[in-house]
Write a protein that binds this ligand. Structure first.
Ligand code: AP5
Ligand code: ZN
Length: 214
């Protein structure tokens, strides 16, 4: 099964990716997590990406398309994958098409901007795995520690309110057009498209996704 998770920053893509990965045994391909790993390793890609990400802007299409193309040829993608944070521009979606990469489902998470700004201030992440928590809505079992490894959780550099608002602007301008794009793809019979009310509790959304995907 091949799935695209579409939605604004903080809409819950990474949170539901954890659920879907475990349920369907397919890997999460998060371009944001890949870029953060490159930053941590201090690679040339990471150094270049950090400036752009801290400013709340998008990394170049060319660079991201190259990353994803390489990643999906790996053996663990043989039975499908979850694209989290990709595609995020029309050229990225077109590149998928040109490379013959089709998807079974495009799931859009719909959450109002003001809810998102509130969510991001409480987000905590486990950098090693990309697991996501929230101090109130999805707390770890032990405060400040990852449930699986017990390692420290951290706050993302781009979760400052000012940067979150910039990222939301970029989303509406450059990524939201993909909603109409994939609705048209669904109408043409090339994929399935569903919008999910992303303001419900995490577990309720997971149950809904399981019902949609079967
Ligand atoms: P990326 O890492 O993809 O960030 P994003 O898309 O901005 O999305 P987030 O990870 O912030 O949010 P999410 O939807 O995963 O929400 P989460 O589940 O964590 O990208 C970062 C940057 O990298 C970009 O700005 C860009 O510069 C670059 N980049 C990445 N991909 C790119 C691409 N394709 N092209 C160009 N540049 C690219 O949830 C958020 C919080 O809410 C958590 O605390 C969570 O616990 C909580 N929460 C989740 N669900 C619920 C719920 N139902 N109720 C209450 N709280 C909830
Ligand atoms: Zn995420």
């Amino acid at each position: 099964m091949r799935i695209i998770l579409l939605g604004a920053p903080g809409a819950g893509k990474g949170t539901q990716a954890q659920f879907l990965m475990n349920k369907y045994g397919i890997p999460q391909i998060s371009t944001g997590d890949m870029l953060r790993a490159a930053i941590k390793e201090g690679t040339p890609l990471g150094i270049e990406a950090k400036k752009v990400m801290d400013a709340g802007q998008l990394v170049s299409d060319e660079l991201i398309i190259g990353l994803v193309k390489e990643r999906i040829t790996k053996a663990d993608c043989a039975n499908g994958f979850l694209l989290d944070g990709f595609p995020r521009t029309i050229p990225q979606a077109d590149a998928m098409k040109e490379n013959g990469i089709t998807v079974d489902h495009c799931l859009e998470f719909d959450v109002p901007d003001e809810v998102i700004v509130g969510r991001m201030s409480g987000r905590r992440v486990h950098p090693g795995s990309g697991r996501v928590y929230h101090v109130v809505y999805n707390p770890p079992k032990v405060e400040g520690k990852d449930d699986v490894t017990g390692e420290d959780l951290s706050i993302r550099d781009d979760d400052k309110e000012e940067t979150v608002r910039k990222r939301l602007g970029v989303y509406h301008e450059q990524t939201q057009p993909l909603v109409a794009y994939y609705k048209a793809e669904a109408q043409a019979g090339n994929t399935n498209f569903t919008t999910i009310e992303g303001t419900q509790p995490v577990e309720d959304i997971s149950a809904k996704l399981a019902a949609i995907l079967g």
